[in-house]
Design a protein around this ligand. Structure first.
Ligand SMILES: C[S@@+](CC[C@H](N)C(=O)[O-])C[C@H]1O[C@@H](n2cnc3c(N)ncnc32)[C@H](O)[C@@H]1O
Length: 289
């Protein structure tokens, strides 16, 4: 069940993966996360598509501009614009396929894939990530339509950041909250004001969404949690990691039975929209729509 790899732990008890987030190309990212069965972009995809459809209906337009917060190497962009699956991405960057490739060769291949599979897309996806390498790769490969490397936890948006993040219809994230919190969302709201982009965030149960929800509420949003479902993120890397997480959940009074106790991280999905956008339909009840 567990890999034999050893990892350091971060201050909330998760394994520390920061050394794969900022490499010149995505190979280590995909190789490491595949071994951990990281699948949240895949489990999130139908919810993103559902909300994109609802946004299009509500605004009577096809073109949707998305900001992916903590976008890394453009994973959600590839999956939404090109209708690719996580397993296809893992295969594309697998060591047996890419071990001898130079970065420039990978980039050319990915530019070609983007050209072929994004052709019909009416989605424009730009990214924000603290990792300059990840952003550079995803932008050069044309997986992202734009991107900026910045850490809005430690500073306000610069004009360069604002230019990428403004005019947004929808803000999304997977696997990122915990690294980012209220400060990043304040920054995104600030550069978009008075426009209020819709938002969909997948958040591990060990990270309460409350404080971000409060910021959004104070800015005229209402948040729905997708009901009766959790979303698999990845399996624990070790029994030790699972123990840390179970302890943290216990301290938050969250019952792990049938979920984290079975060996996987689970995320919840939060959909936030401006108050005036809600009248038509509830989005949190996606199973019945
Ligand atoms: C687990 S990865 C998730 C990547 C991608 N969303 C996915 O699901 O595959 C977390 C990402 O958050 C980024 N990150 C960490 N701290 C950040 C910050 N303060 N601002 C923006 N991104 C950050 C990391 O560089 C990394 O790319």
């Amino acid at each position: 069940m567990y890999t034999a790899e050893t990892f350091d732990y971060d201050d909330v008890g998760k394994i520390d993966l920061t050394n794969i987030y900022d490499r010149p190309d995505p190979r280590s990212y995909y190789a490491t996360l595949r071994r951990l069965n990281y699948i949240i972009p895949q489990t999130a995809k139908p919810v993103f598509q559902h909300v994109i459809d609802a946004y299009r209906q509500a605004h009577d337009k096809d073109k949707v501009r998305i900001v992916d917060v903590g976008c890394s190497y453009g994973i959600n962009a590839a999956m939404l614009k090109g209708d690719l699956e996580m397993e296809q991405l893992y295969s594309l960057y697998a060591p047996d396929v890419t071990a001898n490739a130079r970065r420039s060769q990978l980039l050319s291949r990915d530019q070609k894939i983007a050209e072929d599979v994004f052709k019909e897309s009416e989605l424009e996806v730009v990214g924000l990530d603290a990792s300059a390498n990840a952003i550079n790769y995803a932008v050069e490969a044309n997986l992202l339509d734009g991107g900026v490397a910045a850490d809005l936890e430690s500073g306000r948006p610069s004009p360069e950041v604002a230019a990428v993040l403004d005019d947004t219809d929808l803000v999304i994230s997977t696997g990122c909250i915990g690294y980012v919190g209220e400060s990043t969302f304040k920054g995104i709201l600030e550069v978009n004001a008075p426009r209020k982009p819709w938002m969909v965030h997948f958040v591990l149960r060990m990270f309460p969404f409350t404080e971000i929800e409060e910021i959004l509420s104070a800015n005229g949003y209402v948040t729905e949690k997708v009901e009766d479902q959790t979303f698999l993120q990845r399996r624990f890397a070790s029994e030790e990691e699972q123990e840390h997480v179970l302890e943290r959940l216990a301290s938050l009074d969250i019952d792990p039975e049938g979920l984290e106790s079975d060996g996987w991280y689970h995320a919840e999905a939060f959909i936030s929209r401006p108050l005036d956008a809600r009248a038509d339909l509830r989005l949190g009840d996606i199973t019945s729509s």
